[in-house]
Design a binder for this molecule. Structure first.
Ligand code: C5P
Length: 238
């Protein structure tokens, strides 16, 4: 059984544009001098069981990413493929290109979650091996409200017991055959999801949850680079 990793990194990072890091896609911003995408790739290369890391990027970024792979000595386990217009399309393109069998295992990880740690990756691989599919999820600490969006703002319609909720992070993984089936069904039905689990769930696959951490957050808005640097300093100080 081989382990493949797909890193969708073809986003354009519009939510970041208003801040001090204007317009640069989030995966190319530097944290402590090292690009976000490079940090994400390195986290997976640290795990020996990972056979290959496949990075999905925009055609216009291919050269930059290939250069970074060389500059940081990321080596032969890293491959670059063309991304798409949505995260789902980027993952789908990468999945289509994997030279894998149905029993192999694939993890998908947002390139913009650079602080993922090896232990969580290992636990996710173990859970996929055991259950067929698994994601990293953060237990909710706040009380969760369901709302209806109105012209006046959000109005609460229900309170969801927080012990029944986790916030979906990545990696999200499955046996290659199961994920391919889930993607094929989503495409046939015109379903667009924001993560792999939503596609697996609707394909009837049971998905296990591995505990995540606040550190594994998604670089999304101005200030997040500084937050990531703070986490790294804390880790270094320990
Ligand atoms: O935009 P969002 O925060 O959901 O992006 C999550 C991940 O998906 C990011 O790493 C981003 O680069 C990637 N993505 C992609 N192709 C797109 C849009 C987003 O690979 N078209």
């Amino acid at each position: 059984m081989r382990v493949f990793v797909i890193l969708p990194a073809a986003g354009i990072g519009t939510r970041m544009a208003a801040g001090s890091h204007a317009a640069a896609p989030k995966q190319f911003l530097a944290i402590g001098g090292v690009p976000v995408l490079v940090r994400s790739v390195k986290a997976f290369l640290e795990v020996e069981r990972v056979d290959a890391v496949c990075v999905a990027v925009r055609g216009t970024e291919r050269e930059r990413v290939t250069q970074q792979i060389q500059e940081y000595g990321l080596g032969p386990r890293v491959h670059v493929v063309e991304g798409g217009d949505s995260r789902q399309e980027s993952v789908s393109n990468a999945l289509a290109g994997l030279q894998s069998s149905d029993d192999d295992l694939v993890l998908v990880h947002d390139a913009v979650r650079p602080l993922i740690d090896a232990a969580t990756i290992e636990r996710t691989i173990d859970a996929v091996e055991r259950h067929g599919a698994a994601i990293v999820g953060l237990p909710a600490v706040d009380t969760i409200k369901q709302v209806e969006r109105t012209a006046e703002g959000a109005i609460i319609t229900a309170t969801i017991p927080r012990e029944r909720v986790v916030l979906a992070q990545t990696p999200q993984g499955a046996r290659v055959g199961l994920l391919r089936k889930a993607f094929a069904e989503a495409e046939a039905d015109g379903f667009a999801g924001t993560d792999e689990a939503s596609l697996l769930e609707r394909a009837g696959v049971e998905v296990a949850v591995v505990p995540g951490s606040a550190r594994n957050f998604k670089i999304t808005q101005p200030g997040d680079i500084e937050l990531a640097e703070f986490y790294l300093q804390q880790a270094g100080a320990r």
